[in-house]
Design a protein around this ligand. Sequence first.
Ligand SMILES: *Cc1c(COP(=O)(O)O)cnc(C)c1O
Length: 359
Amino acid sequence: MSTSVPQPRRAVSGLPGYIAGRRSTSADTAALASNESHEPPLPGVLDAIVAHGRRANRYPDMGAVALREALAAHVGVDAQQIAVGAGSVSVLQQIVTAYCDAGDEVIFAWRSFEAYPILAAVAGAVAVRVPLRPDEGHDLAAMAAAVTDRTRVILLCSPNNPTGVPLGTGQVEAFLGQVPPDVLVVLDEAYVEYTDDRDGAASLALLSAHPNLCLLRTLSKAWGLAGLRVGYAVAAPEVAEALRRTAIPFGVSAVAQAAGIAALAAADEVRARAARVIAERSRIVEALRAAGWQTPDSAANFVWLRTTPGLHAELMEAFDAADILVRGYPGDGIRISLADSATNDRVLSVLADRSGSGS
Ligand SMILES: *Cc1c(COP(=O)(O)O)cnc(C)c1O
């Protein structure tokens, strides 16, 4: 028997291995590393989960028709314009699979969502990273200048994860005017419910004039379903159809489909929950600045602190000692999800102790 084992493609061997993050160890652990909602499932969601759990021996509806119709009604489009997946990460994989051949280019800002380079590499595409501006926002001029005849997809993340800085709709529209119409521009709006345009009406209004625009949204964050995996794209019918074709069959479970429909039925409660996070965000950003920290205006459910290497290690240790899980990006900074005010106060007390070292 040979001692060698089959080797994955070079692009795959080059990917970082999965490093398990620290999990919550007790009820006192503050889980602020993944931008989840800190609130339990919405009214009606648990009932839907239980009811559909009883039928787990059956396959889900492969077309996710009822879920797509509920999403379409929520957004105000035709269900033909909706494609769903097991989280918007999965929809993003459908996008790259549908539009990129090996060697094609995917442009995105950096630092941004960590899934972007991984999904590009898995598809055999070339990841083109365009550095953020000093103000932590996308450098759209540089991104437009990075387009080549191999560019198939551009990923815009607004508000940007992990910096929280949003793109204005006017900026996105101007950018679309600079990009060739055969390049798909994906606007990842995972946190749209926390922005000034909470229903995302402004970006939606760009769709009719720009069939190469694809909005990417999720029920993982404000809608509180991170553990059930429901994400969706809103796009021209032809684009949505391409994404449905590249979906893994039965990717969204029946439990997740039903929970998604139940969550959408509780949209008012979701808006109220998001409003509480937004109010906390203003309070926390103000308190951080008063304590001497520089943090950009966040339009999401997290705040961002850029760090030097020494400060980074010190802060990560301090959060660990306080039993607070945050997301550290060595060499860049630390992202801290917002939660209820008592938990946010614990974050402030860790940071208040270190005021002055932060800028
Ligand atoms: C959290 C997040 C998502 C959502 O991922 P899901 O797969 O839907 O859970 C997508 N994009 C960004 C930028 C995110 O931060």
